[in-house]
Design a protein around this ligand. Structure first.
Ligand SMILES: [Zn+2]
Length: 122
């Protein structure tokens, strides 16, 4: 195994409608950083899958930061795709991640359909 490292793990939904917004945001905000990027339907909805991926990024790439992105009108959530529900799941994911890896910086975002506006979730 090599000792290649990177700064962050970025997790988003697979929804094709948001990929151009995510790319644009990453190009702007992570211009000088290296990151692992994965997409799962519903992003953190299946937390177990997320944690498995996180373990690998921490172990192999010694990441220091995790970016979790949910979005408006998410098919994986269907009728439950309300901003409050996404915020709740994002915060739950952050809490769980910090329990396993307290040293990580975890940032949460909710992406709007209109113009792909990124809203920080706190
Ligand atoms: Zn989605």
């Amino acid at each position: 195994m090599g000792n290649h490292v990177c700064d962050a793990l970025v997790i988003s939904c697979i929804d094709f409608r948001f990929q151009k917004y995510i790319r644009k945001w990453l190009n702007k905000n992570f211009k000088d950083k290296a990151y692992d990027y994965v997409g799962f339907a519903g992003a953190t909805k299946d937390l177990k899958t997320i944690l498995k991926q996180l373990d690998i990024s921490v172990l192999l790439h010694k990441i220091k930061q995790v970016i979790l992105m949910h979005h408006e009108d998410c098919g994986a959530y269907g009728k439950e795709s309300a901003p409050e529900r996404h915020a709740k799941d994002l915060l739950k994911a952050k809490k769980t991640i910090l329990k396993h890896y307290p040293h990580l910086q975890v940032d949460l975002y909710y992406i709007h359909l209109i113009k792909g506006k990124f809203e920080k979730v706190k």
